[in-house]
Design a protein around this ligand. Structure first.
Ligand SMILES: Cc1cc2nc3c(=O)[nH]c(=O)nc-3n(C[C@H](O)[C@H](O)[C@H](O)COP(=O)(O)OP(=O)(O)OC[C@H]3O[C@@H](n4cnc5c(N)ncnc54)[C@H](O)[C@@H]3O)c2cc1C
Length: 385
């Protein structure tokens, strides 16, 4: 189902390598990791060793110098491991906490954080959300005050994926109170600094094998050299750009996760018998799954068409928001239809379809909710000012 012109033989070869890695090194362990509420750091290191974490980054920093499509094929395939938490957490490393660092960071910052992130030696997190500011990022209150060669940070960050184990945070703080988005500044904050602490690990509905934390910053002295960009106040523009990567990776995750659960459900519908025939021999069940497959194909076409636009020099913000939103909604409808096919077994935690259903729900919230995607689309299309 990957016939879009953007995908070359090299992309398909990459897809094959990732699939082999997923089948051999992830899938056999995901139940155990889900129960433990954490997958091992070793997964990042192994992905780095295989060259998967820097597919679209410059060779100068240890990347492969490939295109955006390659990095998203990786995320899509990772989504097929049967545990959404892994593709989400690894995509934080590849598409959420590193793009702004790679694009706007100094060489010194790239050397200290991007290179080890691509190698899988350092785990990163993106710290935007706060207890009182999620969708409305411009309203963050984490404060950064300049003091000589350092910035002193105080505040709280909420819902931070990889937050209990991250070596660094790409963090948004306010450097000019009252300036709203014009005062937002991005810093790379080493979590080894005095004053950075995990206030709590959060217990979640789904994505249970990934750690999500609330993080406290109390008088944290961040070196001035760790500011991303030449001067403060550029963070909102940098984030608006970085979020496009984050959203495309969200769409790619949805495709892979949906593909996996649909394949599993088709196999079950052909095997499970009721009233003397296979479930799949009931027209209503076959048609529901045919509808799900059609929606998945539409989401994939929209996503790869949007990637094609990005790679041909466009900045298609509306289409990226559409792809992210549509793929997430498609995944939720599909996971629900699949769970129904499993009947009572679908409701058991031991059956992976229930995990797929829980994991899917986050996709409509993280990286910008459905409503925020609609706001962006409506503004870009001139539906509202
Ligand atoms: C498991 C998980 C992992 C996460 N990982 C990270 C991470 O790594 N880093 C990070 O920074 N954040 C992370 N987040 C936070 C996530 O990005 C936010 O939850 C999300 O952006 C929504 O913010 P909020 O929860 O504060 O909701 P709010 O902004 O309070 O919104 C609540 C509801 O109101 C709606 N709403 C808000 N404004 C409008 C409007 N103008 N019009 C219509 N509806 C509106 C929203 O769509 C939503 O439905 C994560 C969240 C979860 C649950």
């Amino acid at each position: 189902m990957t016939s879009h012109a953007i995908l070359t033989d090299e992309h398909e070869a990459l897809r094959g390598s990732v699939r082999r890695f997923v089948d051999a090194e992830l899938r056999p362990h995901v139940d155990e990791w889900e129960d433990a509420g954490m997958f091992p750091d070793e997964v990042f290191r192994r992905c780095g060793e295989l060259g998967f974490l820097g597919l679209h980054y410059d060779e100068r920093w240890g990347g492969s110098g490939g295109d955006l499509a390659a990095s998203l094929v990786f995320v899509e395939e990772l989504g097929r491991c049967g545990c959404g938490a892994i593709s989400m957490a690894v995509a934080v490393q590849t598409h959420m906490c590193t793009p702004a660092l790679a694009e706007f960071g100094s060489d010194d910052l790239r050397e200290r954080y991007l290179r080890p992130a691509i190698a899988g030696a350092k785990i990163g997190a993106i710290a935007l959300t706060e207890p009182d500011a999620g969708s409305d990022v411009a309203r963050i209150t984490t404060r950064a005050v300049r003091d000589g060669d350092t910035w002193v940070l105080n505040g709280r960050k909420m819902f931070i994926t990889n937050g209990t184990r991250a070596h660094f945070l790409t963090l948004a703080a306010q450097t000019e109170p009252g300036a709203c988005h014009r005062g937002v500044t991005l810093f790379v904050v080493d979590t080894g600094l005095l004053g950075v602490s995990v206030s709590r690990k959060l217990d979640k509905l789904g994505m249970r094998a990934s750690d999500t934390a609330e993080i406290a910053l109390d008088d944290v002295r961040v070196p001035a050299a760790n500011l991303i960009g030449p001067e403060p106040g550029q963070g909102f523009a940098q984030l608006s750009w970085q979020l496009q990567y984050e959203r495309l990776s969200g769409a790619a995750q949805s495709l892979g996760q949906a593909d996996e659960v649909l394949a599993r459900t088709i196999e079950y519908a052909k095997r499970r018998r009721a009233f003397g025939r296979a479930l799949a021999d009931n027209q209503v069940i076959a048609h529901n799954l045919a509808d799900a497959a059609t929606e998945l194909a539409a989401a994939r076409a929209l996503t790869y068409d949007t990637i094609w636009r990005v790679q041909h020099g466009e900045y298609p913000v509306a289409e990226i928001s559409m792809a992210k939103k549509y793929a997430a909604q498609m995944q939720n409808r599909l996971a629900d239809a699949c769970l129904q096919v499993f009947g009572g077994y679908g409701y058991l935690n031991e059956e992976p379809v229930s995990r797929a259903w829980r994991d899917a729900r986050l996709q409509r919230i993280g990286a910008g909710t459905d409503e925020i995607m609609n706001e962006i689309i409506a503004k870009r299309l001139g539906i509202r000012g």
